[in-house]
Ligand binder design. Sequence first.
Ligand code: NAD
Ligand code: TYD
Length: 337
Amino acid sequence: MRNLLVTGGAGFIGSNFVAYMLERYPDYRIVVFDKLTYAGNLDNLKRVEQDPRFRFVRGDIADREAVREAMRQHKIDTIVNFAAETHVDRSIMSSDDYIHTNIKGTCVLLDAAREFGVERYLQVSTDEVYGHIPEGHSSHEDDPARPRSPYAASKAGGDHMVYAYFITHGVPAIITRGTNNIGPYQYPEKAVPLFITNAIDNQPLPLYGDGRQKRDYQYVLDHCEGIDIALHHGVPGEAYNIGSGVETENIVMARMILDLLGKPHSLIQHVVDRPGHDRRYSVRTDKIQALGWRSRHSFAEALEKTVRWYVENEWWWRKIKTGEYLEYYRKQYLERK
Ligand code: NAD
Ligand code: TYD
């Protein structure tokens, strides 16, 4: 493994992964292949752009010729696919882009993996494919996919194609299913960075429904380490859950953010719930732990680091919260009753 194609590497987790991998593996070269949608941002890659082992190619993973050209030109032997449409609320507004990228795009990458005979293909997936998990259960990798949002359904579709290509064509593919990530460079449509940046500006924190939904919020670099371990030590054809094992209610997360910033809890505003909202996700992680992975950050440490990063990096998020973002915000929060 020397020449990695990291698709979606200009997004939140992908860019953190690229920086982490370049530091950890001095002999790896990384090509980021990214369409630069509203969520893709070259600012996320500023810290690696001078590294001679790094290249950026702008392209759509569903564009077969563009993918093949990048594979050929850069002698790619490993694909790590982060590229996706990733926001549940936007997938409720329209699912077209989700099908295009998360299913069709995944298939194009799998075809390229097959054609170029890669050593490894890693599909970055999500615990949301398991759907809402009742109290008392935590999802095992072999549990059935029961996705309940268009986003989760499109990710599950991608997972199924990955497994089918492993069985049918022998593509040496591995799937990781991470829980919610938090940390630097997360687009401020997701709950944690949205709440932090709104709180900094003394704006309301729009909490869906009763706010008692539970998520396993893990620090992004813990997730990146898990992907690294699965990539190097995972068994082809297998899936690996990655998560902290700690469940936090959204209302608790919102209060902790306000406390860290010294803002009043009265900024929390209960708004109409998300349709089909999954109230709880929970995964078992014994399988990735057996490969040597451990979560390194408690939720409090992860949140504190994240809040500090947004406080110190207004240059990054202030310019995002303009234009298209404000239009989305208006549709999602101000016109929704
Ligand atoms: P993100 O929305 O921040 O970034 C997605 C990136 O993919 C962007 O840079 C975007 O430009 C790019 N992209 C979108 N469509 C593309 C296309 N057709 N071709 C090429 N590039 C395209 O997403 P993220 O939060 O960093 O998530 C990365 C991956 O991790 C996704 O596959 C997501 O499903 C998965 N995941 C995310 C979380 C989370 O909490 N954020 C948790 C588990 C799994
Ligand atoms: P989100 O960051 O969108 O991740 P996901 O839905 O993929 O888990 O949301 C995290 C949780 O926060 C989820 O339970 C929905 C909730 N939420 C709010 O209460 N208000 C918001 O404005 C958003 C975006 C999310």
